[in-house]
Design a protein around this ligand. Structure first.
Ligand code: ADP
Ligand code: MG
Length: 458
């Protein structure tokens, strides 16, 4: 029994590697061990209450997913290490034999969904920078082969290309179980397959290779840029592509750059790639970052003070989504390790002030005086007026920009900034949001603010 539990739990752990960070696994998940199955509940031994509670708080969903898949069990619970012996005696665990084991799930019974369960459309946050590509991938998933063929997605690392390919895969997998064959391949796998097959003899090998890829109804190729310098792969891919395309099969490609910049790729391939829809995916803007942060907090079960989210989103301006996930994880971990129940303003300042990658201006001291001086110079107004009560436009806008820049550049909360201006908190919130809004609508204002930022960090 114990062997059985351990063996299947190992399968769960490999799945969990995809959904939980390495640190989370080491610190918490690997500390718990399965001990028994009671009805539909998998029982674990937890060394301490802290481990038990953290696992429940932070990882319930992931564990349920993996034990549902591997054990066919829908619940789990804990026995504390201190009560382990009593539990074993009570349940006579040592006497159980293999015949009473629950059904083991084999791969033959349920074909494995090869797609990452977290990379779904519903987990994908849609904002201005990825709305079009989201709509296109969604359309393709709903009606493969009928529109946008091929669909070519490009953009920098960590912006969601792989996520979207898996979302298409997951969607079709669920909707069309068994009826549609989806082949997902990173182009490295594609190349490795080819090399393997060529080794087994060119003719025979090529036939095998073609069989594998050309039975696809939907072909998803990730990081296609990697085949750029592999002539033999290009050759084979060209044929695969044409066969599938002519048979009306859906092809989706992801790359770090647009087709025309895949310079080492043969012209006949790049022009084929460009013949459908070519769509980029960009770094998230402020609003999208806010939504992404909120979504990740929800998915991971993190506990964050919602008041810090806008500030965090602003600080992570230059970050891609993978990096944003990294920072959230770091904040959560820091809070847990130090016994804080929530990631609040203090935790954020403490962690972020140590992260040099966060702000190129780290090391240069930005002070409120610098910001105020820069604003007064730029708009040619007096300090007293900046802080005064007059509400004409010439003063209101600089005041709002000043509040925004203090919020962005100084490690103090908006509530403290509102006090500097002798105004209430909501006024400061309004000022900040107004400026964020203005920068989106008005290129000139954005330029002015960028220049001001340059001035104050130098
Ligand atoms: P790429 O393939 O473009 O390098 P990934 O698809 O691997 O990027 O995305 C990196 C991480 O960011 C993944 O964990 C992914 O789930 C997450 N991610 C990317 N875009 C979004 C989004 N719009 N909403 C939620 N998570 C996202
Ligand atoms: Mg990727």
């Amino acid at each position: 029994m114990q062997n059985y539990l351990d063996k299947i739990w190992n399968d769960c752990l490999s799945d969990l590697e995809d959904t939980i960070s390495a640190v989370g696994l080491d610190l918490w998940i690997k500390k718990i061990k399965p001990i028994n199955i009671e009805d539909d509940t998998l029982m674990f031994i937890a060394p301490t209450e802290m481990v038990r509670d953290t696992v429940i708080r932070g990882y319930t969903k992931q564990i349920i997913d993996s034990i549902t898949k591997n054990f066919k069990l829908s619940k789990f619970d804990f026995v504390l290490e201190a009560n382990k012996d009593a539990y074993i005696n009570e349940h006579k665990l040592l006497e159980q034999n293999k015949d009473s084991l629950p059904r083991a799930i084999t791969n033959e019974e349920i074909p494995e969904n090869p797609f990452n369960p977290r990379y779904t459309f519903s987990n994908f946050v849609v904002g201005t920078t990825n709305r079009v590509i989201y709509a296109a991938t969604r359309a393709v998933a709903e009606n493969p082969g009928s529109r946008f063929n091929p669909l070519f997605i490009y953009g920098g690392v960590g912006l969601g290309k792989t996520h979207l390919l898996h979302a298409i895969g997951n969607y079709i997998w669920e909707a069309k179980k068994g009826q549609i064959k989806i082949v997902y391949v990173s182009s490295e796998t594609f190349a490795n397959d080819l090399i393997d097959i060529l080794r087994s003899g060119r003719d025979k090998g090529t036939i095998e290779f073609r069989k594998k890829y050309r039975m696809a109804d939907v072909l998803l190729v990730d990081d296609i840029q990697f085949i750029a310098n592999k002539k033999a792969v290009q050759e084979e891919f060209f044929h695969t592509f044409n066969d599938l395309y002519q048979a009306g099969k859906q092809i989706i490609l992801a790359s770090d750059r647009p087709p025309k910049e895949l310079s080492e790729l043969e012209e006949r391939l790049t022009s084929r790639f460009a013949s459908g829809l070519v769509q980029d995916i960009q770094k998230p803007d402020f609003e999208t970052r806010v939504m992404i942060i909120n979504k990740k907090i929800e998915l991971e079960g993190y506990n964050f003070d919602e008041k810090i989210i806008p500030k965090l989103a602003e600080k992570l301006e230059k970050f891609n989504i993978r990096e944003i996930e990294g920072v959230l994880n770091k904040l959560d971990l820091f809070a847990k390790l130090h016994g804080y129940l929530i990631v609040d303003y203090d935790v954020m300042s403490e962690v972020l002030s140590k992260s040099h990658e966060l702000d190129e201006s780290v090391g240069r001291v930005v002070t409120e005086v610098k910001i105020i001086d820069a604003i007064c110079n730029k708009f040619n107004i007096k300090r007293d007026d900046l802080f005064g009560k007059k509400r004409n436009k010439e003063l209101v806008e600089p005041r709002q920009i000043c509040i925004y820049l203090m919020w962005k550049k100084l490690d103090i909360p908006l509530s403290a900034i509102s006090k500097i201006f002798n105004r209430d908190h909501t006024t400061a919130i309004h000022a900040r949001d107004k400026v964020i809004e203005l920068m989106k609508e008005n290129e000139d204002i954005k330029k002015i603010i960028d220049e001001l930022e340059d001035v104050i960090v130098h």
